[in-house]
Design a binder for this molecule. Structure first.
Ligand code: MHF
Ligand SMILES: O=c1ccn([C@H]2C[C@H](O)[C@@H](COP(=O)(O)O)O2)c(=O)[nH]1
Length: 319
């Protein structure tokens, strides 16, 4: 994880102080990137202990379309509690559905992006096409019909990797402008593009993160995206390979500087490896294409092997 330490160093050396909605200042850099070869190991931070179980619990929650901090807690992840229950702007938001509700965050968009079509009553071919794709009529006006369908973007990605690996449109997006006002937090990691290499049976990922808390958020985001790439590789019969990570606003909160400076004083340790439980079918070995594992997978199906790390360190999360 030298790349992570290089990023921390770059933000410390070149960042500028900026104010933001949390009241805790950040040292910020506009635009940064990291690239990992997953054949060389798993991108777990080693200069402190990565809360791996918590991060994987969050990923499994996203895969199930979770919208409640209570459901994340049940999966072993507490990092959503404050965003659900302590942020005044969200507490005052009329779309908040009560304690622990987070609204239509990440997983809701990944697995059930709400899609609407308005079709003229006399556009028979359009109506037939939409109905054939699973849209249902939910409202009618004098001259048109309104149809609705929840799009499972992630499932579509997995199916396309399997069926048409040459496709250059295999991506899912969490930035749904129509629903940003219905979320405890607008998505930070928001665009995931999968790049299969059918000849080499390798699968790569490009991820864009619009705003990244380099102290606390980035280690989670790296771990979860890499684990997702491993899982999708398993289900489709591809080896995870290049993981490119692009950041818009890369920042360190003022109250994290001691933590990251301590990390810079520590030498990074060799990367661990990720093992996914045998019960998740490897398409290469079984020939069974079973995308339903996207929602059936459990946190215990992910194990970090050979993980060497320096002693734990942490810092408060800016709410
Ligand atoms: N300010 C802020 N930073 C974030 O990274 C962040 C948010 N807010 N809000 C929503 C999600 C939740 N994520 C988070 C939130 C907190 C931790 C965190 O506190 N991590 C600690 C301990 C976590 C644990 O033990 O479960 C750490 O030491 O990494 C990590 C990721 C990423 N997100
Ligand atoms: O997965 C995540 C989620 C959140 N963050 C960080 C990035 C920012 O520090 C805050 C979000 O605040 P905004 O004002 O909406 O940018 O949370 C992250 O790094 N990773």
């Amino acid at each position: 994880m030298q790349a992570y330490l290089d990023l921390v160093r770059m933000v410390l050396d070149t960042g500028s102080w900026q104010e933001n909605r949390t009241g805790i200042r950040t040292l910020s850099v506009p635009g940064a990137a990291m690239r990992f070869d997953l054949a060389e190991g798993f991108p777990a931070v080693t200069t402190r202990k990565l809360p791996f179980k918590s991060a994987i619990g969050e990923l499994v929650g996203f895969l199930r379309g979770t919208r409640s901090a209570a459901d994340f807690r049940a999966l072993g992840c507490k990092v959503w509690d404050q965003n659900a229950n302590e942020n005044q702007a969200w507490l005052d938001n009329p779309y908040r559905g009560g304690p622990d509700d987070l609204g239509d965050i990440y997983g809701v968009q990944w697995r059930a992006w709400p899609a609407y079509k308005r079709v003229a009553r006399d556009a028979r071919a359009q109506l037939d096409d939409a109905l054939g794709k699973g849209f249902q009529v939910v409202a009618e006006t004098a001259d048109s019909l309104v149809l609705y369908k929840a799009i499972d973007q992630l499932r579509q990605c997995v199916e396309t990797i399997h069926a048409r690996p040459g496709d250059r449109r295999i991506l899912f997006h969490a930035w749904n402008p129509a629903e940003l006002d219905q979320m405890a937090l607008p998505p930070c990691h928001l665009l995931y593009q999968f790049l299969p290499n059918a000849q080499r049976r390798e699968l790569s990922l490009c991820l864009y993160v619009r705003s990244n808390d380099i102290g606390l958020g980035a280690p989670f985001n790296l771990c979860e995206a890499a684990a997702l790439l491993h899982l999708i590789g398993r289900l489709t019969g591809y080896r995870p390979r290049w993981f490119s990570y692009f950041i818009g606003d890369a920042h360190l909160y003022e109250n994290q500087l001691d933590m990251v400076r301590t990390q810079l004083d520590r030498a990074p340790l060799p990367a661990p490896t990720l093992r996914i439980a045998d019960r998740i079918p490897d398409f290469n070995e079984t020939g069974v294409f079973a995308p339903e594992w996207l929602e059936k997978v459990e946190p215990a199906d992910f194990v970090l092997e050979g993980y060497q790390h320096h002693p734990p360190l942490t810092a408060p999360m800016a709410v």
